[in-house]
Design a protein around this ligand. Structure first.
Ligand code: PLP
Length: 379
């Protein structure tokens, strides 16, 4: 691995975090148990919903959410192509068909409400929205559209933990939302995810499907609260374990502070870069982003690969969020026209962003970006 001066993302685990995890290893119980329950309770209360289920990954969270919403082979689900592939895969796991919808603009990489409106057919059952970068985008308008057409509103909130719309957590909108705790996410525990919902029936389905469709858990039996079980659904093993749940609870407690630092870094990028290059995800009234990523959109014709090599040579790691899903071999059936998605996918670059990034690190990125742009513009 190259020795980046500024990596794209960076996780900092404190000594207290490590002590909490070590305690778990000494506790005599490692699989899903009391620490998982504590994490779920803290998470549900943070998001402001009735139920939260910790699972093994964000992808597992998406899968359970789609199953609990009763998606199946007759259904179409509106979904952006400008997302990580797991969003669309989760729809396909249920037998339903993802219908890819274009983004709103080249600097607004979230699913277009007008595009959704045009894509609704008699088979459309649900909308699976992605809060791209942690910005709610046009979530409010989309919830209204879903209500108007009687569609189920679901969210992939993998980027959006801590992001709000009118001071309410974005994950609290719609029937259910899925989060990820993968290493590069705002709340990173390695691997893990969470599904949240206010709907008791959806909650019960998730509870059962998470652990083999069984009616009792090993933890209940360990405590003598149950002696046997029935299996009532074709479930999965999507459980999380206690060490990761313990780390999750600790990180959740400082998430708002981390996101506030991300906010400052985002503002500083904008103030220094805006005169040189388009910065995506502009501020919108009522929307507080979680600032999962910071993306710029290069002018048309700039050699992006060359630009990224320039940055890498200055020690700055960059990425692309994302290669569009509708261009992947397994998702390319139907071949929809998504011109804005294609343009954004060709021109976007993700710059480093993490809570404890220093001003010196950020200056290095900003200077490298300005230098590489000047280089790219030289005839
Ligand atoms: C990270 C991510 C996922 C998948 O989460 P995992 O925890 O890696 O399974 C899904 N959707 C989006 C938008 C993501 O960023």
């Amino acid at each position: 691995m190259p020795d980046w001066k500024v990596p794209l993302a960076d996780v900092r685990v404190t000594e207290e975090d490590i002590a909490a995890v070590a305690d778990t290893y000494r506790s005599g119980w490692l699989s899903m148990g009391p620490r998982t329950t504590a994490f779920e309770e803290a998470f549900a209360s943070y998001v402001g919903v009735g139920h939260a289920f910790a699972v093994s990954s964000g992808t597992a969270a998406l899968h359970l959410m789609c199953l609990a919403a009763d998606l199946g082979p007759d259904d179409e689900v509106l979904v952006p192509s400008m997302t990580f592939v797991a969003t669309a895969n989760a729809i396909r796991y249920t037998g339903a068909t993802p219908v890819f919808v274009d983004i709103t603009g080249v600097d607004k990489p979230w699913m277009s409400v007008a595009g959704c409106e045009r894509a609704v057919t008699g088979r459309t059952r649900a909308i699976l929205y992605v809060d791209y970068g942690g910005h709610a985008g046009d979530l409010e308008e989309l919830v209204a559209l879903a209500d108007g057409h009687g569609l189920v509103m679901l969210q992939d909130a993998a980027h959006a933990i801590g992001g709000t719309l009118h001071a309410r957590q974005v994950g609290a909108f719609g029937l259910a939302s899925a989060y990820s705790f993968f290493s590069n996410k705002n709340l990173a525990i390695g691997e893990g995810g969470m599904v949240v919902t206010d709907d008791a029936r959806v909650a019960e389905r998730i509870r059962v499907l998470r652990s083999h469709g069984m009616t009792t858990l090993s933890w209940d039996r360990h405590r003598g609260h149950a002696t046997t079980y029935d299996v009532v659904a074709l479930g999965f093993n999507y459980r999380i374990d206690e060490p990761r749940a313990a780390l999750g609870t600790r990180r959740l407690a400082r998430l708002d502070d981390d996101n506030a630092l991300r906010h400052e870094i985002d503002l500083r990028y904008r103030s220094r870069l805006e005169e040189h290059v388009h910065c995506a995800m502009p501020a919108r009234d009522g929307v507080q982003s979680s600032h999962h990523i910071f993306t710029i959109v290069l002018p048309p014709g700039v050699d992006r690969a060359g630009f990224r090599v320039e940055l890498a040579s200055s020690g700055v790691q960059t990425s692309i969020h994302y290669p569009p899903v509708h261009r992947f071999a397994i998702h390319s059936d139907g071949n929809p026209e998504l011109p804005l998605t294609d343009q954004y996918a060709e021109r976007t670059v993700t710059l480093p962003l993490f809570a404890h990034m220093t001003a010196a690190q950020q200056d290095l990125v900003i200077d490298a970006v300005i230098g590489a742009l000047a280089e790219a513009r030289r005839p």
